[in-house]
Design a protein around this ligand. Structure first.
Ligand code: ATP
Length: 229
């Protein structure tokens, strides 16, 4: 059974439809790349998965449970961890306070997060707003890990970061894949990095899932047509 399964999902912002008949599934321990050009519906799909936006049609199943009508805090409790686009740390809380804000029991505790991102341990008492962009991204990932998710969704986790910091984030994601004991959904602009880490991919084009399969089967034909690369 898939850990997460979306079938025939549609979603709207007011009268405007953003998702049409989206299909997607992730197995336990799988890393899925959710791809598509700007404005094609990736973040909207993430919002639907995390119940920040409710689908109007279709079904979202997490661990076999129908998520219809479920509020986002319950989705988090069920095991959905989100690293949102733009990081969204609590700016006036310290690193430590950000990390414990949503913590739940499990293998991901302060010690495990400090081991993944030693920089955060060094900045433990600093306000989040005083961190660099890369450190804030690490904090956003650490905070999501502290909820001990079964599925961690990373929405543009390397966006706007310097190349060296980006590499650190990719190395952390690779380590999560090796040791994290969770499934991952990764959205990123770097096809090269995604190819290195993902098992499978789904491509969204104009709000529709137009391709899915093993990432190794993604041909230049498909990427030219749907990703413009
Ligand atoms: P990006 O890579 O630029 O973040 P995306 O693939 O994540 O793009 P979405 O943000 O999901 O795309 O946007 C899908 C569509 O929904 C776009 O047409 C966008 O303009 C529209 N949209 C997104 N957020 C809203 C909103 N809050 N209200 C109305 N329309 C929205």
């Amino acid at each position: 059974m898939s850990l997460l399964k979306l079938s025939h999902v549609s979603a709207f912002y007011g009268p405007s439809q953003a998702l049409f008949d989206v299909h997607l599934s992730i197995d336990e321990g799988e890393v899925l790349a959710l791809m598509g050009r700007n404005g094609m519906g990736k973040t909207t799909t993430v919002k639907v998965i995390c119940r920040m936006l409710h689908n109007r049609g279709g079904k979202v199943l997490f661990d076999g449970q129908d998520m219809a009508g479920m509020p986002s805090y319950r989705a988090a409790r069920a095991g959905l961890g989100l690293v949102p686009e733009g990081r969204r740390c609590f700016p006036n809380l310290t690193v430590h306070e950000n990390l414990i804000a949503a913590a739940r029991p499990g293998p991901w505790d302060m010690r495990a997060v400090a081991d993944l991102f030693p920089q955060l341990e060094e900045r433990r008492s600093q306000m989040a707003l005083s961190l660099s962009g890369g450190e804030q991204q690490m904090l956003a990932i650490g905070r999501a890990l502290m909820t001990n998710p079964r599925l961690l969704v990373l929405d543009e986790a390397t966006e706007g970061l310097a190349p060296v910091v980006r590499q650190e984030i990719w190395a952390a994601i690779a380590r999560l894949k090796r040791e994290g004991g969770m499934s991952l959904m990764v959205i990123d602009k770097s096809l090269r990095e995604l190819r290195g880490i993902a098992d499978s991919a789904v491509i969204l084009d104009k709000g529709r899932s137009v391709w899915h399969g093993a990432i190794g089967e993604l041909t230049s034909d498909v990427t030219d047509r749907h990703l413009g690369v």
